[in-house]
Write a protein that binds this ligand. Sequence first.
Ligand SMILES: [Zn+2]
Length: 425
Amino acid sequence: MQRSLVLKIIRPYDEKITWENLGYLLRGLSYNVCRMSNYCMTHHLLRSLNLETENLNPQGHLYCYPRLTEEYPDVPAGIICAAEGRARKLYMRNAAGVLRSEKALPSFRKDSSIPIPVAGYSIGRVDADNYVANVQLLSRQGAKAQNMPGRIQLVLASNWRDKNAGRALHQLAEGKLKRGIASIFRNKRDWYISIPYEAETAREKEEFDPELVMGVAFGMQCALAYAFNHSLKRGAIGGEEVLAHQEKYQARKKHIRAQYNWSGRKGHGRGSALKPLQSLYEKERNYRNLTNERYAKWVVEIARKNRCGKIQLDAGSTGQSEGGNILLARWPQSTLRLKIRNKAEAYGIAVQECPDRDIRNRCSRCGATQDAPEDKRWFTCKSCGYGIEDKKTGAQFISMDYNAARNLAKWEETPKGQTAGKSSV
Ligand SMILES: [Zn+2]
């Protein structure tokens, strides 16, 4: 939930800077921000009318930043950027009405607030009850010209009466809350800073059951399969998409290579002949990266929804003898594991990689290990008959991949010397 904290600026922390200096600087900034914002608004309108040709980026969108940094060299680049972004948003919100002549182009007044980008300020604590905002108010060039520090610490009033505000300020100073673009504004004779922040009530409420473990295995029929130790929930990501992609990729690679061989280029021509191949590799890297990102998100979302406190990951038995052919055999699996770990840990879900080589050969019900079965799709246990009935009725069939994921969910680390992965739940 987005909230904001509005605090009065009491004085500059550095005693060498007087209120006179600071007031002058802030008024000047406010005036400049107002002018540049109005410049952006006007040019957005011109752009909409197809009249603007000066401030366009290579994609043909309005981009006033270079022009503004030239015109306002003393203003920090971050503030220019934030002002441009704010003007763009305001224009977009009103564009339809303005272009239909239903309303006037909104404009900024000369005492408009100064937007401060997230990187342009920080909140800190200087002593027991003094908090400061450390704000970049001058560019490097401006600081030199005006003989002032670029970043100025502003002592903030603590709102003692408002307990929530006090706590939020404390958390902001400790860097525990996510801040947004702040703004500095004047009200009558006083200056204030407004700091938006993400109230993390949602995250605090999330409680995970450390006893509930989700096992995630690389599948033979699917890309990834999951199961839990204490519930029968299960699921999988199909691998058709990856297979289709890999087929296309191989074909394309072969095609480019064939072309290269045919052209028979050597020496100078070699580099340019290999360019298409390099760009193909690059694309493939991007594809894998994005896919991994999606997979990791999928896994962590399921863990969150089920409130499970731990994810046990297939440490990857890619060898053919061990796991049979898993679908994501030629795949950056370690990157995927890392992404899952990073995402999960951000929510407080533990992640463990299980070096269990028998997840596909062991029965997840009785724990008996058997030779790799001929059937790569369905799991049946020769000891306890797990899966046999299910295969017949077809209602709750036991796939190899589900069995593997369930083994991982039940996996427990055992001291060295013993066989890892005995499960008896
Ligand atoms: Zn069994």
